[in-house]
Write a protein that binds this ligand. Sequence first.
Ligand code: ATP
Ligand code: MG
Length: 375
Amino acid sequence: MQIYKVGGAVRDRLLGLPVSDVDWLVVGATVEQMQALGYRPVGADFPVFIHPKTGEEYALARTERKSGRGYGGFTFHASPDVTLEEDLIRRDLTINAMAEDLQGNLYDPYNGQSDLEQRILRHLSPAFAEDPLRVLRVARFAARYAALGFTVAAQTLELMRQITESGELQALTAERSWKEIERALMEDQPQVFIEVLLACGALKELLPELDSLFATPGERGQTTLAVLAHAAAHDQPLHVRWACLTHDLGAAIKAVNQRFKAPRECQELATLVGEWQHHYQQAAALDASTLLDILQKFDIYRRPQRLEDFMAVCEMIAHGHSLHDCSQSAYLRGAAAAAKAVEVKDLVQQGLTGQALGEAVKAQRLSALEAYTQR
Ligand code: ATP
Ligand code: MG
């Protein structure tokens, strides 16, 4: 059997980038041979194994055929007679279809290295159209390598448009789409992911609510991209970036959250931003009882980080609108501190319990906030 390093590890080494996870390809071996060598199968009916010591993935060379809609609709053929070239041609992009043997020799039957040098993301064959997830993958790679000057080949973008028009994107599961979205959002230039999806029409299928912002006057779509870019430039975590992306979707935020089954933290923050971002802009003008409502709603007493995350999103939104006054954050932080300064245990010591205690705490917090707003 021959063992090759494939995919991202080869590509990123040639680009001079750090390689985190290595995918291996095994040519000329059977399932039984792999098991005899101690490799553990990842699933009963998939020819991929885990190395007993390193934990890295080793896949048997295989060919694939499309047999139905979506990703479930694939049959594959793994056997010791599948060659390296046959395995590589089922891959999505030329730059992802190179292999390296254990001696460090490069195998590049589909000119990946030339596209790497020319900074082009190019599909490998018409079979690209068989898996609609590749539309999202290409957009994600475009976001990841934008800083290096990579762009999507015109014919590849055209194929992405055709896949989109065929309606196949609707066959993607929420889980597969979200995984790509999440990874794309965490890239250095996540706005490029959205731009590529917009350019091939896929944004209209995946996130029509966001797509329509690009059709309305007032540059709302471009502003959202600027907000997202700022979040990435400030190294914000996933949930902040997600809330930045969805901040201008209004009442549709809930539906978008649910469509992708976004993680709870992402959903929560996006919802809070949708509801309260306008209050943030006018923070200094809010009366004490509205401030108390907001602080209560954010549950600052038990979850102080939520208000911080919300303010981070609001600051990114302000930046995206070229407003650089973020004094609202300091003001809200001061209000939170004033409300938190009320000592519940003092009231408990006075013998208050239950509803009476709750009301007394609330009244004291309100008067603390009244004092704060009248400073
Ligand atoms: P990353 O650095 O994100 O891991 P990668 O290229 O290694 O990038 P993986 O998802 O780990 O991406 O996949 C490994 C390889 O498998 C890819 O380089 C590509 O050759 C192939 N591949 C993965 N998913 C697909 C797909 N949906 N269609 C075609 N080829 C794919
Ligand atoms: Mg990989």
